[in-house]
Design a protein around this ligand. Structure first.
Ligand code: FEO
Length: 172
């Protein structure tokens, strides 16, 4: 059975993942209103992934006999002034999420909870990809600068992203 403090830390992470989803929806709506439907699509799928991340942690708490702790999901207070600004903030946010995940991994080891450590390692690896993909887009935007036609090419590229459930159900 999972310890109460680990269940609480994981519950806080469920909340953080749902907060991330909210944050990316705000960013997606900004891109949509600015006319960048492909970038809006990328951010919308990012939000869907965050909800899947949160739900998977919630299920893990239950599976281990823990009690999920529910709290208010804070409204992201964020001002966006350009597409470049959006992705600067995506990178910064993912770096922050990485620090949260690392703290859980450290705590799980300290508590000798190898099941939770093993579980959270998926997220440690996922964060490498999350940071890398956000940084890749930010770098492209930096190269593009003020060239609107190149930005529209990037928009087209990001319109191709589709949601793939990171935790597909395994058939019995
Ligand atoms: Fe759930 Fe973007 O990390």
């Amino acid at each position: 059975m999972i310890k109460e403090n680990i269940a609480k830390a994981l519950s806080d992470q469920v909340n953080a993942e749902y907060y991330s989803a909210y944050l990316y929806l705000i960013m997606s709506s900004y891109a949509d209103r600015a006319g960048f439907k492909g970038i809006a699509n990328w951010l919308f799928i990012q939000a869907q992934e965050e909800m899947a991340h949160g739900t998977h942690i919630y299920q893990h708490i239950l599976e281990r006999g823990g009690v999920p702790v529910f709290a208010d999901i804070k409204k992201p207070e964020i001002a966006l002034d350009s597409i470049q600004d959006v992705f600067k903030k995506v990178v910064a946010h993912e770096e922050y999420v990485t620090s949260l995940i690392n703290n859980i991994a450290t705590m799980a080891l300290k508590e000798n909870d190898h099941a939770s450590y093993n579980f959270i390692m998926w997220y440690v690896n996922e964060q490498i990809e999350e940071e890398a993909s956000a940084n890749e887009i930010l770098n492209k935007i930096s190269f593009i600068g003020d060239n609107l036609s190149l930005l529209y090419n990037l928009d087209l590229e990001l319109s191709a992203r589709v949601f793939t459930d990171p935790f597909p159900a395994v058939a019995d």
